[in-house]
Unconditional design. Structure first.
Length: 333
């Protein structure tokens, strides 16, 4: 474990522009002194004490105190900060991509509130559990694309998962495309283990890549696929928009269990069937147990406020100036 210090930075650097006023203050002081010290003529200076006391030599120290006071307080306002980075190195981790079916059939409400929202919520919980792994997110319908590339920034990943909605792609179920896009994101990974979690509620009915072909490619790159069939058995309520508003119709649930099981077996993964929210949650928990790893590299930065010494210096010179002005350099009216 190493503690790596970094340089000083300012939280409010715009206040540093006030330092430009200090040279102007010096010029104003010089001008003021010259105006006050006007000369006059005497016929003789005999009998006068022309020696200079210590006060004469030190009378300009007050302006020095004031400059230090102003400079210190300006720096304190700019809030100087130092930070340090802690790095912990351990074994290699796991790269995981979740590939989610977003076809319109995912609006069926045999899951609450519906299949896609339930799948998203469970995915978010799964992301929270995998704090030390890199994760990504792929969506597919009749086509597929990467919603979030593999990343350690789980906050960004979770926000992008929340933005997913059914029907955002052309309708259809291209399971092979969903796998292929996820493979593209993992094939060059150097992680100890590479995993795809694929969720779908239908039968492959479109796409330019067959699911079995995509699974073979995944196996070639050492990528394991966990497949999840999302849907109850029998009939499921599905919302249909009509001129009279939303109406529900019971539609047949068709999930190609055999295909999903084959994909999982080809890559060394497992197939699960989720028939309700609780079942889907248990499946994610089971995958979480199967795919465990230690921390790869954990890095965090800790900031420390450093304005206090400058504030103390400023207040100290304020006190020194006041004492000097009213005790040592006091003048009579």
């Amino acid at each position: 474990m190493n503690m790596l210090p970094t340089g000083m930075k300012f939280a409010n650097p715009e206040y540093l522009y006030l330092l430009l006023l200090l040279p102007l203050f010096i010029l104003w002081y010089i001008y003021k002194e010259r105006r006050q010290n006007l000369g006059f003529k005497l016929s003789s200076i005999s009998g006068m004490n022309t020696g200079k006391s210590l006060r004469i030599y030190l009378r300009h120290s007050i302006i020095v105190f004031r400059l230090i006071l102003m400079g210190a307080l300006i720096i304190a306002l700019a809030r100087p900060q130092t930070s340090s980075t802690m790095e912990t190195i351990s074994s290699e981790g796991i790269d995981i991509v979740i590939s989610l079916d977003v076809s319109t059939s995912m609006l069926a409400e045999d899951f609450k509130p519906n299949r896609i929202e339930s799948a998203k919520n469970q995915a978010l919980d799964f992301v929270d559990k995998r704090t030390d792994d890199r994760m990504g997110f792929v969506v597919f319908g009749a086509e597929s694309f990467t919603q979030c590339p593999v990343t350690v920034d789980h906050n960004v990943l979770k926000n992008l998962i929340k933005d997913v909605r059914s029907g955002m792609l052309e309708d259809g179920t291209a399971i092979g495309m969903g796998i292929a896009t996820a493979v593209t994101r993992l094939k060059d990974s150097k992680a100890k283990s590479k995993v795809i979690i694929l969720l779908t509620d239908g039968v492959n009915n479109t796409g330019i890549i067959a699911p079995e072909t995509a699974a073979e490619i995944a196996a070639t790159y050492g990528i394991k696929i966990y497949t999840i069939g999302v849907g109850t058995r029998g009939l499921a309520p599905y919302p249909v928009q009509t001129p009279f508003g939303t109406q529900y119709r019971n539609v047949e649930v068709e999930i190609d269990d055999n295909l999903l099981k084959k994909i999982a077996e080809m890559t060394g993964g497992m197939y699960f069937r989720a028939t309700n929210n609780k079942g889907l949650n248990e499946i994610y928990s089971e995958i979480d147990k199967l795919e465990k790893t230690q921390i790869d590299v954990a890095v965090f930065s800790k900031k420390k406020e450093e304005f206090l010494p400058f504030a103390i210096i400023g207040l100290a010179f304020l006190l020194i100036e006041i004492l000097s002005r009213y005790l040592f350099f006091r003048t009579l009216p």
